[in-house]
Ligand binder design. Sequence first.
Ligand code: ARG
Length: 405
Amino acid sequence: MKKERIAVAYSGGLDTSVIVKWLQEKYNADIITVTGNLGQKKELIGVKEKAMKTGAVKAYMQDLRKEFVEEYIFPALKAGALYEHNYPMATAIGRPLLAKSLVEVALKEGCTAVAHGCTGKGNDQVRFEVSVAALAPQLKVLAPVREWEFKSREEEIAYCEKHGIPVAATKKNPYSIDENLWGTAIECGVLEDPMVSPPADAYQRTIPANLAPNKPTTITIEFKNGVPVKLNGRKMPGIQLIDRLNEIGGKNGIGRLDMIENRLVGIKSREVYEAPAATILHFAHRELERLVLDKDTSHYKSKLAADYADMIYNGLWFTPLRSALDAFVNETQKVVTGLVKLKLYKGGIEIAGRKSPYSLYDTKLATYTEEDSFDHKASEGFIKIYGLPVKTFYSVNKNMLKKKK
Ligand code: ARG
């Protein structure tokens, strides 16, 4: 009988290493590992070799950075998508792409199933599985961590030792960390107590604001149709631009976030994030939109931003609704071209200037000098009619605004 083939989303960490062996034993299957490079810095060295040593028959390393930036990060940036008004969603935006790359390999390798290492109480299992269901409904999805017998890290390590699986000898990191180009998510350990402020060692890519330089760093970012294309006057590809902003922002203590958030599975969780580039780019993009979008589109778009963020967070990336929202967002971005100047200083971002060929700011209308061209007299009639419903209501209900004594 032909052996079953399973493609595993593999990070090289303890859980996914155990998964390779565990699936191989349980299903008598050939395991193919798929690791996605989303711009995480430290995790990728030696991962392929490790997968082979752990028993995989084939190990893929997929460089997904360009696609991640252009097809995932930038659409979310253009939409202004921040979950619960704050979280730029590095993890959440990355999952559908990892699922897509896993599916591609699975189909190419003739696999009947894919597997991931997400736990049964997080958002990531949903993002993975809903994405796979959309892209290749015929594939089975296995989630070993939800069903296996191991109850602790120690038991998993013992299993590795028994099977000769290489485990990193380094001391256990007290946190669970997920990292990519768009940001880092840090949880577990002492962070589980919402009253404990994150210890210095929780942060991976930013310095504390009080240690940041005493002089502000001024930068300029240029956008074309909502996408950042130049940093400090230099044209650069998205990956490089985000990399640079992570560095500059990190040095200025920008992009830290300590958040209680609502998971899709109903749990409130405490998560610490670092996303210097994402924080700066969302700020800059928003400031440019203030200059170029007309009032109604701007107000409407910010309502839609919350829906768009919910969809990403809740695993609904590959959906007809998101495609439709993208069409709306892209229409609005036709005028989001221009330059934003920012000052970064001790963890804060200040706007220092903005300009655009599509600027709707009209000095002649706004000025209080003699250049003023606004028709002041027209306001009188406008206010009379605009305030008419209010006037009518209170002429009838005369005492309604009076304070009760
Ligand atoms: N709570 C975030 C989310 O659902 C991040 C989860 C990432 N995991 C971690 N190990 N910190 O998108």
